[in-house]
Design a protein around this ligand. Structure first.
Ligand code: KIV
Length: 290
């Protein structure tokens, strides 16, 4: 069922109808996988704005305020220049626009790798200033101590292994990972280290399918795939990719719509009407009261 929103112009809060279900919690996401198996996969999409969150919320279990907003919203060529301030502004908007999903906010490059104390400062700021339920960070074994430090101090952490875009300069590009036996073993070890450290879930991105399947079978916590496998415990995509906002379609993206084309056609019609003075009409203008 689709949701409609009544806007309160003084607070900018939009009240949804029907009334939303209670917001999911991190323990519920964690316990969605029972005895190593998940009946119904978890649904996750990225969201960067309040309105986008409103539209996605009823259909999703988790919304990810990904640092992919660097490319998608800010036109940057990687996620590296993304700042905590950007993540906080968009994270707070997504929390305001959602009522049901668990909102996870990415920790941006350079804001957590220096030490577990640096990670604590960034994560606590993100959680306090956005109201999100969890943070996500990239890296496996090297980040395990940090994940334990945060999760033991009230900050739920989602891990991210495989293709980790913040490490693009070490990896040498965005190609799928895990083609050698060494890499295969390393990705599994990374996932296990995160789980042992207390991560409530792990994203696996851009890996050959057998790795995604064996990671999913090896971990007790839900493994969320992107460019991974339908056998994962859940899936995440960048919303703008699946809506068809961009010309470039990575192999792992299914384009469910072609929104770029809809926008192009709609704006062309608007431009034509403005130039022909056929917009606005009497319907969209204010006339003196008689
Ligand atoms: O930043 C992001 O959107 C992500 C997903 C691609 C998993 O990390």
């Amino acid at each position: 069922m689709s949701t409609t929103f009544q806007l309160d112009t003084s607070t900018s809060r939009a009240t949804p109808t029907p009334k939303p279900r209670k917001r999911l919690t991190v323990p519920r996401i964690r316990d969605h996988k029972k005895d190593g198996t998940t009946k119904e996969p978890l649904v996750m999409l990225t969201a960067y704005t309040a309105r986008q969150a409103q539209l996605l919320d009823t259909h999703c279990d988790m919304l990810l305020v990904g640092d992919s907003l660097g490319q998608v919203i800010y036109g940057l060529d990687s996620t590296l220049p993304v700042t905590p301030e950007m993540m906080i502004a968009h994270g707070a908007a997504v929390v305001r626009g959602s009522y049901h999903s668990v909102v996870v906010v990415d920790m941006p490059f350079g804001s957590y790798e220096g030490s577990k104390e640096q990670a604590f400062d960034t994560a606590s700021r993100i959680m306090a200033e956005t109201g999100c339920a969890a943070v996500k960070l990239e890296g496996g074994e090297a980040m395990a101590e940090t994940v334990a430090f945060l999760s033991n101090r009230g900050m739920p952490v989602m891990g991210h292994v495989g293709l980790t875009p913040q490490a693009v300069n070490v990896l040498g590009g965005y190609a799928a990972r895990g083609r050698s036996q060494h890499e295969h073993e390393k990705i599994i070890a990374d996932g296990k280290a995160l789980e042992e450290a207390g991560a409530f879930s792990v994203v696996v991105e851009g890996v050959i399918e057998p790795i995604a399947i064996s990671l999913t079978q090896s971990l007790e916590v839900p493994v969320i795939g992107i460019g991974a496998s339908a056998q994962c415990d859940g899936q995440v995509l960048v919303t703008e990719d699946m809506l068809g906002m961009f010309e470039r379609v990575p192999r792992f993206v299914k384009r469910y719509e072609n929104i770029a084309e809809v926008i192009d056609k709609t704006v062309a019609t608007y431009a034509e009407e403005v130039r022909a003075r056929s917009f606005p009409t009497a319907e969209q203008t204010y006339q003196p009261k008689s």
